[in-house]
Ligand binder design. Structure first.
Ligand code: C2O
Ligand code: CU
Ligand code: CU
Length: 459
């Protein structure tokens, strides 16, 4: 039973092994409140396919990369050693780190060089983040070769601290007949990388054992290039408790499905069926991301939940409220970003306000601490998940063909889905001066130039 799109002649991935826990990045700091470590970006080989090894680019030789697990208030110092043959960076996706520490495309780490990133983790930032390269023009390639890993920030006051948790990093991989990662096709540069098989913590269709009736908190990260994950678990309802920037004000559910756009994260509560010895599939359901028929994904199986034969677990007491979620407040400035597509593919097709990315140009200017309303207008025939660096924002609502849909619940996001023909309205504030990226997180679109430079000026 294959779960997904396999290209002609592609080597078959081993599947159905137990879900692998992520390997934590060891903290080398002696003092409390400090986190220090080294990441080496390097070539490595991994056994994904029977009888062959697959060449990948990995952090510290791990697939997926190591989990950074820190607490609010920590000071983080991570050295990135580049042993690859091309420029790279480490971008701390979603975290409020100073721009010069954020692995921007204008700060490449050259082959053979080491760069130290140093930043504080503010109180209030607990949530599920990730890190990945952001070298301009090769981000899609570097992520598809394996460079992506989770970054969790914990709060001392976590209302769900008593709930056992599991982190699931979803990535995509597409192998050729020799078991090697296949390069992007011309179509991939327009539609986003297609035909990948989804992996959870590096495994294809892994099995996750749960005691019947047990409740767990799942942190799910979408680290694919372009795949929207419309998640549903057979026979189970899902309860949403967190998004990109951490917990919601209160649990939302029961939900039959949850859409996680590329780069987004969710925290969900899952209570396993009380039926012992049963199997349930977590699926990424069919989802079209364009109006041209090139970016449609069929349903793909992600993971199997297998209930054990133990007696059902007692129900966990779950809080009715999670944390206060502040309203961003009234906007004092507005911006309009129009997502544009002039042609197909790599050659200047995608832009923002009609311009393709130029790291030496400033496209947008904001002031530190000012709440702004942004209308992000999608004038193209494809959906685009739009990401802003360095902050978390709130979606106010979307509008399409005169029909307004307010955001169903307040949530902190760093990436918002803007479907074709739709305008998304957000309220956003930047608290640190410097240059921030704003871009589509379909990595092929980002590389093709659907990215703008936002300069945040001190007040
Ligand atoms: Cu996930 Cu510009 O980044
Ligand atoms: Cu980012
Ligand atoms: Cu896009």
């Amino acid at each position: 039973m294959m779960g997904g799109p396999v290209g002609p002649g592609a080597a078959a991935l081993a599947q159905g092994q137990p879900l692998r826990p992520l390997v934590p990045l060891a903290n080398a700091a002696a003092e409390p409140g400090r986190f220090a470590a080294t990441l080496v970006a390097e070539r490595a080989s991994v056994g994904l396919v029977e009888g062959r090894s697959t060449a990948l680019w990995l952090y510290n030789g791990l697939f997926p990369g190591p989990l950074v697990d820190v607490r609010e208030g920590d000071r983080v110092r991570i050295a990135l050693e580049n042993r690859l043959a091309l420029d790279t960076t480490a971008h701390w996706h979603g975290l409020p780190v100073p721009p010069e520490q954020d692995g921007n495309p204008m700060d490449p780490v050259r082959p053979g060089a080491t760069r130290v990133y140093e930043f504080d983790i503010p109180v209030g930032s607990a949530g599920t983040y990730w890190y990945h390269p952001h070298a301009h023009g090769t981000t899609a390639e570097q992520v598809s070769m394996g460079l992506a890993a989770p970054f969790i920030v914990r709060s001392a006051q976590d209302p769900l601290a008593h709930v056992p948790e599991v982190t699931m990093l979803v990535t995509g991989i597409r192998l050729d007949a020799n078991g090697q990662v296949s390069p992007n096709s011309p179509m991939d540069f327009t539609a986003g990388r297609q035909g990948e098989q989804l992996l959870v913590n590096g495994g294809r269709l892994p099995v996750h054992a749960m005691r019947p009736g047990a409740t767990q908190r799942w942190r799910i990260l979408n680290a694919t290039s372009a795949r929207y994950l419309r998640l549903a678990l057979d026979g189970h309802a899902l309860t949403l408790v967190g998004t990109d920037g951490g917990l919601l004000a209160a649990p939302v559910g029961p939900l039959s499905e949850i859409l996680v756009a590329p780069a987004q994260r969710v925290e969900i509560l899952v209570t396993a069926s009380t039926t012992p010895g049963a199997r349930f599939t977590l699926r990424a359901q069919r989802h079209a991301i364009d109006t041209m028929g090139i970016g449609s994904y069929t349903t793909e199986e992600l993971l199997t939940v297998a209930t054990t034969t133990e007696a059902p677990a007692a129900a966990l007491a779950l809080p009715a409220a999670l944390r206060p979620l502040a309203d961003p407040g009234p906007a004092v400035a507005t911006k309009r970003l129009v997502l544009t597509q002039s042609g197909m593919g790599m050659m200047g097709g995608f832009g923002i306000n009609g311009r393709t990315f130029d790291m030496d140009r400033v496209d947008l200017v904001s002031s530190v601490g000012e709440v702004e309303r942004w209308d992000i207008v999608n004038d193209t025939m494809m959906d685009h998940p739009i990401h802003i660096h360095g902050t978390q924002f709130q979606l106010a609502g979307r509008e399409s063909r005169g029909i307004a849909t307010p955001a169903p619940w307040a949530a902190w996001l760093d990436t918002v889905d803007v479907p074709a023909g739709t305008t998304a309205t957000i309220r956003v504030r930047q608290d640190l001066p410097g240059k921030r990226m704003v871009h589509c997180h379909i990595l092929e679109h980002e590389d093709a130039g659907m990215m703008a430079v936002l300069e945040v000026r001190p007040k």
